[in-house]
Design a protein around this ligand. Structure first.
Ligand SMILES: Nc1ncnc2c1ncn2[C@@H]1O[C@H](COP(=O)(O)OP(=O)(O)O)[C@@H](O)[C@H]1O
Ligand SMILES: [Mg+2]
Length: 342
């Protein structure tokens, strides 16, 4: 992740003026070399700096345009957020918007040869995304803030703690990056552990680059958009439970798990959208959040013909992975003792 400073919403609006002209997404080697030699990701560039960059790129490359034409309001923000991926030769083009929203948008990109993936997804956040998160405290409880490198911020770091407490612009920046890095590091952990999640490739301050689920024509639908036959539903339900267990083995609970955040492609599911992930051991509402996730999963799968009882499932998981029932533990221990004696 680069060291570029976070951009406020005001910056977002400022970019509008430059959106039409400023467009670095061109598959042109000469231009890329030129860009690479520039000082990277300078924080808060002044108007004149941005204008000179525009002039610079325009004279070098003349008339160019990415395949996807962002709307004026999104262009500056989008291009700035994904520029690190472009400069680091991870993507070469933005092909289409998959889902656009006021808070986060996902785009289908062309992967650079070096990534081995012709298509990649980039999820770009706007700052509002996390400020609007309802009950955000519930998710933040029991988890440290993360830096852009994915390291936990120590509570002894007084400068950051003060900024967070006073809700300064810098504090908002730290929080924003933390949400994003929870999403990114969770994808990393789960992907490496064999979870059904898109492979994460890189994170910038406003965006995550990951495996694209879908093909050149369509993005994978979410489970809520499709119906399954009973046999398929049973198989996929087991797979979702396997993933919930895998998360619990890593002390993680999704926090917003539902048919909306599971994509279906090639007869497989992929779980997405992790910024609000909570720690199963340290979050005081962990049990409630786990049960809510399992209930939403069961809501969908029971409509597809699967018989499931969310309360029992959540309780079993809780006892197995988070807070073993003391009686069970005692029984286990005595069983072990017997084994030893035998
Ligand atoms: N890796 C991906 N591949 C294909 N489509 C994706 C991918 N990630 C997200 N999407 C699409 O973008 C939508 C929004 O992504 P999500 O992470 O759920 O963000 P949010 O719900 O916060 O806007 C998803 O519902 C899905 O349609
Ligand atoms: Mg979502």
């Amino acid at each position: 992740m680069s060291n570029k400073n976070y951009h406020s919403e005001d910056d977002f609006d400022k970019y509008e003026h430059y959106a039409e002209q400023f467009d670095p997404l061109v598959n042109n080697r000469q231009a890329r070399r030129k860009r690479k030699s520039k000082v990277k990701y300078k924080p808060k560039r002044t108007k004149s700096q941005i204008l000179s960059e525009i002039a610079d790129t325009t004279t070098a490359e003349g008339d160019f345009s990415p395949t996807y034409k962002p709307a004026r309001y999104e262009a500056g923000w989008l291009l700035d957020s994904i520029r690190p991926f472009y400069d680091e030769e991870l993507i070469t083009d933005v092909l289409a918007v998959v889902k656009g929203g006021k808070e986060a948008s996902v785009y289908r990109c062309q992967g650079h040869r070096g990534t081995g993936r012709p298509l990649l997804a980039v999820k770009v956040y706007r700052p509002r995304r996390f400020r609007n998160l309802r009950n955000d405290k519930q998710y933040r409880d029991g988890r440290p803030m993360l830096t852009g490198e994915g390291r936990a911020i120590k509570t002894t770091d007084h400068r950051i703690m003060r900024a967070l407490g006073k809700k300064t612009e810098f504090g908002a920046e730290v929080e924003h990056i933390s949400w994003l890095m929870y999403e990114y590091t969770t994808l990393q952990v789960l992907f490496e552990a064999g979870g059904a999640v898109p492979q994460p490739l890189a994170a910038s301050e406003n965006a995550i680059l990951m495996e694209f689920i879908g093909d050149a024509k369509v993005a994978a639908p979410a489970l809520n958009e499709i119906s399954l036959d009973a046999k398929q539903a049973e198989v996929l339900f087991r797979e979702v439970l396997r993933n919930i267990e895998l998360m619990l083995q890593h002390q993680l609970i999704h926090g917003d798990l539902s048919a909306y955040n599971m994509l279906y492609w090639d007869e497989k599911i992929r779980i997405i959208d992790f910024p609000q992930v909570v720690n199963s051991r340290t979050n005081p509402d962990a049990r409630f959040i786990l049960e809510r996730d399992v209930t939403r999963v069961c809501d969908y799968f029971s409509r597809q013909g699967v018989i499931c009882d969310p309360v029992t499932i959540a309780q079993d998981f809780w006892e197995q992975y988070v807070a073993p029932n003391p009686e069970d533990q005692a029984a286990d221990e005595s069983r072990q003792l017997i084994n030893v004696e035998v």
